[in-house]
Ligand binder design. Structure first.
Ligand SMILES: CC(C)(COP(=O)(O)OP(=O)(O)OC[C@H]1O[C@@H](n2cnc3c(N)ncnc32)[C@H](O)[C@@H]1OP(=O)(O)O)[C@@H](O)C(=O)NCCC(=O)NCCS
Length: 437
């Protein structure tokens, strides 16, 4: 029934709207050049990728690192108009005819979000994505991600033909009202980096958490959990697990070690969340990938020591991060998943730290610095403003970095220079490196 309705309505709409579509295509061609259509892989039904089609609304302007500029700087006046009126979505009717989308369903989001969803958030992929949906008529981009995912799940649970008709009618009304297109301060939605640690669940029970690793970094996490609990009982620390019991070091916390990863599998119902207490970037990423694979439903809360001073209103912090005591971070910082910011480090405005990277105690990351995935920033080092540190690089303790650092390179000293024995990565190594991250 739904497929029949989608197909017939989409074909009719394409025929009736064809003069408008041709006119828009011409306007886009004249103002933005070609291509006229924007094609992007998006996860659809069951998370399978399909190529989503829209009219192009943004230029491809990039900064000096080849990173695309913020949405606001790339959106043209015509693009803004097409978005405000939702006309940019009309080519999606072709996706409907192809059976990749429905007229009504949760909006298809970006492929990288798939690995960031909790299992509850993933339920939005139990139905085909839609051109419009329950979210679009209930506030659209004026909502935060948690609110949107809750509405998506409501739609999945309550979907019916009549609900779809109601959503389609309300969408037409919304488009004329031109309401709720962008979030305040963002030209479009901010990136979804995983569930924000500040969006506290209305929990009555503290989260039962286990720390992976039993060394210094692990003990620092446990100390932060204690400090958080003094303010509000949010966590119940159960103990440590390690990947290999035979490799426990004399200085590791032996008494509270519950076991190795097989213990986690055997006792899945006794804990809610995990935190990675290992201070080596490649190990953080490997452990996160391994544990997420065999424990897909476990939570990875980001843990922020109460003495850290962070502008949380503008910060974007993905899951599994740890921010230690006395860390200071100013505006608009971004931490991707599983970042460790150790005690007393500082992060300047717009600093961006890639997944699994470790910023060691007292390191100073200046404003606008971009650190890629799997980087180790040594104790007390300084990275000057707007520099770029490549994936897998190491900044030695005490170094003062004054230039960009290439992938996989170790830099030492003041000013920091590549360590003599570091050859640039071969192309095969680079591929392995990228596959790893
Ligand atoms: C850069 C680093 C990873 C190199 O480690 P490594 O590969 O084991 O190197 P080694 O210790 O064998 O030292 C190799 C050489 O580099 C020198 N070196 C090492 N680290 C250095 C540093 N940070 N600055 C200047 N020189 C350094 C050593 O003196 C040695 O020189 P030599 O051959 O003339 O004697 C490490 O020294 C470092 O700085 N790690 C960060 C530590 C940290 O932040 N810990 C925080 C824990 S909370």
């Amino acid at each position: 029934m739904k497929r029949f309705f989608d197909l017939s309505a989409a074909i009719c709409a394409l025929v009736i709207l064809s003069p408008v579509l041709l006119l828009i295509a011409l306007l886009v061609r004249l103002s933005l050049g070609s291509p006229i259509l924007f094609r992007q892989d998006r996860p659809g039904f069951k998370g399978n990728l399909f190529t989503c089609i829209k009219f192009r609304t943004m230029t491809d302007a990039r900064d000096e690192f080849g990173e695309l500029l913020p949405d606001a700087q790339r959106l043209t006046p015509l693009g803004r108009f097409l978005r405000n009126t939702s006309i940019d979505e009309l080519p999606g009717l072709i996706n409907v005819v192809r059976g990749e989308m429905s007229l009504v369903g949760p909006r298809p989001l970006l492929p990288q979000y798939i690995t960031r969803y909790t299992s509850a958030q993933m339920r939005r992929h139990d139905v085909k994505p839609g051109i419009t949906g329950w979210v679009q008529i209930n506030g659209r981009n004026a909502l935060d991600w948690n609110q949107k995912f809750a509405l998506d799940n409501w739609y999945v649970d309550h979907r019916s033909f009549w609900l779809d008709l109601r959503i389609l009618a309300a969408t037409v009304w919304q488009v004329f009202k031109r309401d709720g297109i962008a979030q305040p301060g963002h030209a479009t939605m901010p990136e979804f980096l995983g569930t924000n640690p500040r969006c506290k669940k209305a929990v009555t029970q503290p989260t039962r958490i286990i720390v992976v690793g039993a060394g210094g970094a692990a003990r620092e996490i446990v100390s932060a959990l204690d400090s958080i609990n003094k303010i509000e009982q949010r966590f119940e620390f159960l103990g440590y697990v390690v990947s290999d019991l035979s490799r426990l070091q004399p200085r590791d916390s032996r008494e509270q070690v519950l076991g190795d990863f097989s213990w986690l599998q055997a006792n899945r119902n006794s804990f809610d969340a995990l935190a990675i207490g290992v201070g080596f970037p490649a190990s953080r990423l490997r452990l996160a990938a391994e544990l997420r694979h065999f424990l897909p439903e476990v939570e990875w809360p980001s843990i922020i020591h109460p003495t850290a001073i962070i502008d949380l209103d503008s910060a974007r912090i993905a899951e599994g991060c740890f921010i230690g005591a006395g860390v200071t971070a100013t505006v608009n910082i971004t931490l991707e998943a599983f970042v460790l910011c150790n005690f007393g480090c500082t992060l300047g405005h717009e600093a961006r730290i890639g997944a699994g990277s470790v910023v060691n105690p007292g390191a100073n990351i200046s404003g606008g610095v971009v650190i890629s995935t799997g980087v180790l920033v040594g104790t007390g080092s300084q990275i000057l403003q707007y520099l770029h540190i490549g994936a897998g690089a190491t900044v030695g303790a005490g170094a003062v970095v004054t230039r960009d650092v290439a992938e996989g390179v170790t830099v030492l000293g003041v000013p920091a220079r590549p360590r003599a024995l570091d050859e640039p990565l071969s192309s095969i190594q680079q591929e392995q490196h990228q596959a790893h991250f």
